[in-house]
Design a protein around this ligand. Structure first.
Ligand SMILES: [Zn+2]
Length: 543
C-alpha cells in the first residue's frame, strides 16, 4: 500500500523542466553522514543540475526527455583531485616523458630518440626520471646527458619536481660555471640542481608560447576526464596559466572544473590582487587561494626534518623562514584567500601549524590546508583537528615512496608518516589527490592505495603500516565530497544532490565489491559534467 502511494506521488512529481533521466544505474556516493549511499538514477534539469536522486522509483517522463539507460553500470559522482598541477601535466604531455625509466641507459635512449624526432627544438625539456627506480640509485649528471646530446641545452626534471639535471650546454646557456654558488635552500652537484638552485637554469628555459600553453591545457583536461576526474585543485597557478585557462574556458573548449591556488604571492597579486575571483564559466574556474612551499621533497632530501636524515648528514631545508611564511600567509588571508602550504618533513609541518595557529586558523570557517602532510611528528598529528586544518594527502605517494621513506627516516620515525587513519580518527578532514604529474592522475589508483596501503603490484602483503588504511567510504569522500569542501565548493559539486551540478561517471565495476587490486584497474566508461556527456570510452581506450 505504502509502496503504491509512493509510486503515485513519484508519477505526479515528474518535473517539466527536467530534460535528462539517467536510469537503471548502480549509484554509489558518500552521504553527509560519511556513509556509502545507494541510488538508482538521476533526474537532471536542462540547467545541468541534479533535480532529484532516484532510489528505485520509476518516473513517467514527458515527451522529449532524454532517457539514458545506464544498463546497471556503477555510477559515481565525478571524482575530484584535491592536489594536482594542470599545466605541469599538460606541458609534460608535450615534453620528453621520462617517467618509469628503469635505468640511466633507458633515460639516455629516450633522450636520444626525442632529440632526433625534434631537431628544431632549441631546448630539450623533459621530466619524470626517478633514480630510486634504477639499480644503483645514482643521480644523473651533466656528463650522462652530454654523452647523448651536446649541441643544444637539455634540462630534465626529476619526478617530484624538486631537482633537475642539466647538460653542459644548458649550464653554459644559464651562465653556470664551476664557480657558481647555489642560492640558499639549493644545491648543485655535477649538473644536478636541487630545490632553490633549479631556478638558475629553469629561468633560462624559453617560456612556452601561449599557443603551447593552450595545447597543454587541452591535453591535460582530456587525460583527466578519461580518468574519471571532473574537478581538480590546481596547486600553483601562474599568471600565464591563468590567462590560458581564461582563453580556453572562454572559448568553451574546457569543461572540467578547476579550483586554482595561485603559485606564490607574486602570482596571487598578478591574478587576483583584491580577493578571490568569482566562480566563472558555470562554476568551472575559480581562484580562491594561494599555494606556498615550506620545504622540498623527501626524494631529493629537500624535505625539512626535525632530526637528520637516516641516510645522509642533513636535515633538509626550509624554503621560507617562519616570519616570511606568516607574513605571506597573513597578507593573503587578510584579503580572504584560503591558504595552502606544501609541507613534507616533520619540521616543515610543525612550522606551518605554528604559523596557522598564530594567524587564527581555527577561528571562523577558513579551511586552511597543509599539502602532503607526509612526515608529521606524532605529537603534531592532533593539531590538524585542533587547528581546523585540512590534511591534503596523496595515497599514491605512500605506495610509491614507502621504501625510500624507510631509508630516509629509519624505522623509528615512521609513526607519523602518511598517517591517514590517525588523522581521520583525530577529527581532521582529509582531501585526497594524486599530485599529478608527479604521479599518474588515475584516481582509482589513489582509492585502491587508500584502502589497502598497497601499490599496483599488490605489495607489501597486507599493506604498509596497515592500521593507517582508510575505509572505502573515507577514501571516496576524500576524492569527492571532502575534496569539494576543501575548495569551498561543496554547495556546487562533490556529491549528487538536488541543486548541485550533475557531474558523474559511469564505470565498469562495482567499487564497493572490488578488491583493492580490481579497484585500481577500474575503467571509466563515460564522464559527464553539468549534465553533459563529455567523454566516452571507445574500443581503443577500453583496452
Ligand atoms: Zn604538488
Amino acid at each position: 500500500m505504502q509502496k503504491a502511494l509512493l509510486l503515485s506521488i513519484a508519477l505526479l512529481a515528474s518535473p517539466a523542466a527536467a530534460d535528462t533521466l539517467i536510469d537503471n544505474a548502480n549509484g554509489i556516493q558518500v552521504g553527509p553522514d560519511g556513509q556509502l549511499q545507494r541510488f538508482t538514477g538521476l533526474l537532471i534539469g536542462d540547467d545541468g543540475k541534479v533535480v532529484r536522486v532516484l532510489k528505485g522509483e520509476r518516473l513517467k517522463m514527458p515527451e522529449g526527455t532524454r532517457v539514458v539507460d545506464a544498463a546497471g553500470q556503477t555510477l559515481l559522482p565525478g571524482l575530484i583531485d584535491a592536489h594536482g598541477h594542470v599545466m605541469g601535466l599538460g606541458l609534460a604531455l608535450t615534453q620528453l616523458d621520462l617517467t618509469g625509466t628503469k635505468s640511466l641507459a633507458e633515460l639516455q635512449q629516450r633522450l636520444k630518440d626525442y632529440a632526433a624526432a625534434n631537431p628544431d627544438l632549441p631546448w630539450i625539456v623533459g621530466r619524470g626520471w626517478n633514480q630510486e627506480l634504477w639499480a644503483n640509485k645514482r643521480f644523473p649528471t651533466a656528463g650522462d646527458l652530454d654523452a647523448v646530446v651536446k649541441d643544444r641545452p637539455v634540462w630534465l626534471e626529476r619526478v617530484d619536481g624538486h631537482a633537475s639535471v642539466a647538460n653542459s650546454a644548458a649550464m653554459k646557456a644559464a651562465g653556470v660555471t664551476a664557480a657558481t654558488k647555489a642560492p640558499p635552500g639549493g644545491r648543485i652537484e655535477n649538473g644536478l640542481f636541487v630545490d632553490a638552485a633549479t631556478v638558475l637554469v629553469a629561468s633560462k628555459v624559453p617560456e612556452p608560447t601561449p599557443g603551447l600553453l593552450d595545447q597543454a591545457l587541452l591535453k591535460a583536461h582530456a587525460m583527466l576526464l578519461e580518468n574519471g576526474l571532473t574537478a581538480v585543485a590546481d596547486m600553483g597557478t601562474s599568471p600565464q596559466d591563468w590567462a590560458a585557462m581564461r582563453r580556453m574556458y572562454e572559448s568553451g573548449r574546457l569543461k572540467l572544473r578547476n579550483m586554482s591556488y595561485a603559485g606564490g604571492s607574486d602570482s596571487l597579486a598578478a591574478i587576483a590582487p583584491d580577493g578571490p575571483t568569482a566562480w566563472l564559466y558555470g562554476d568551472r574556474l575559480h581562484l580562491g587561494g594561494i599555494k606556498l612551499y615550506a620545504d622540498g621533497a623527501l626524494g631529493s632530501r629537500g624535505a625539512w626534518l626535525k632530526q637528520p636524515y637516516a641516510d645522509a648528514p642533513t636535515r633538509g631545508l626550509p624554503l621560507l623562514t617562519p616570519a616570511e611564511l606568516s607574513k605571506q600567509a597573513g597578507i593573503a588571508a587578510g584579503k580572504g584567500f584560503q591558504i595552502a602550504v606544501h609541507a613534507i618533513g616533520d619540521a616543515a609541518n610543525d612550522m606551518v601549524l605554528d604559523a596557522y595557529e598564530q594567524l587564527g586558523s581555527a577561528q571562523g570557517d577558513k579551511r586552511w590546508r597543509v599539502e602532503h602532510a607526509q612526515i608529521v611528528d606524532p605529537a603534531d598529528l592532533k593539531r590538524f583537528a585542533a587547528d581546523k586544518v585540512i590534511a591534503s594527502m596523496q595515497p599514491v605517494h605512500q605506495t610509491s615512496d614507502r621504501t625510500m621513506a624507510e631509508a630516509r627516516l629509519g624505522p623509528k620515525r615512521l609513526d607519523g608518516a602518511y598517517a591517514w587513519q590517525t588523522l581521520e580518527k583525530s577529527g581532521a578532514k582529509l582531501a585526497l589527490g594524486s599530485d599529478f604529474p608527479v604521479e599518474h592522475p588515475n584516481p582509482f589508483h589513489g582509492l585502491a592505495a587508500g584502502i589497502s596501503r598497497q601499490g599496483l603490484d599488490d605489495q607489501p602483503p597486507g599493506g604498509w603500516r596497515p592500521w593507517e588504511r582508510l575505509t572505502l567510504a573515507q577514501a571516496l569522500a576524500g576524492f569527492t565530497r571532502d575534496a569539494a569542501w576543501a575548495g569551498f565548493a561543496e554547495q556546487k559539486f562533490g556529491s549528487l544532490e538536488p541543486g548541485k551540478w550533475a557531474d558523474f561517471i559511469l564505470i565498469d565495476r562495482d567499487v564497493s565489491a572490488a578488491t583493492p587490486h580490481d579497484l585500481a584497474r577500474t575503467k571509466v566508461l563515460q564522464t559527464w559534467v553539468a549534465g553533459e556527456k563529455i567523454w566516452e570510452a571507445t574500443p581503443e581506450t577500453a583496452r
